[in-house]
Design a protein around this ligand. Structure first.
Ligand SMILES: [Zn+2]
Length: 87
């Protein structure tokens, strides 16, 4: 009778331990900012197609042509690029 009670307590204890470990890792996962999984993060570098320099995405001049995204450091570069790449 007492042995059965011990087994029950032991099982409950193990289940609680598993629950605590799962909770622990969930908390860690939330508090740790996951990189590369949160989409475009501020500070992502993009390449200027014309002068080949890299600059932060939020500072770049963006242009979408034929479903493709192009980034430029300035409006001047954008104009020159599409001038040089006319169909
Ligand atoms: Zn440029």
């Amino acid at each position: 009778m007492i042995r059965a009670l011990f087994r029950l307590v032991f099982i409950v204890f193990v289940l609680y331990l598993i629950y605590a470990v799962v909770r622990f890792f969930q908390t860690i996962g939330k508090s740790m900012p996951s990189r590369n999984e949160q989409g475009p993060v501020q500070g992502t570098m993009v390449k200027d197609e014309f002068c080949n320099m890299y600059l932060p995405r939020n500072e770049a001049v963006r242009e979408v042509r034929d479903g493709r995204e192009y980034f430029f450091c300035s409006d001047e570069c954008r104009k020159k690029f599409f001038e040089a790449n006319k169909p």
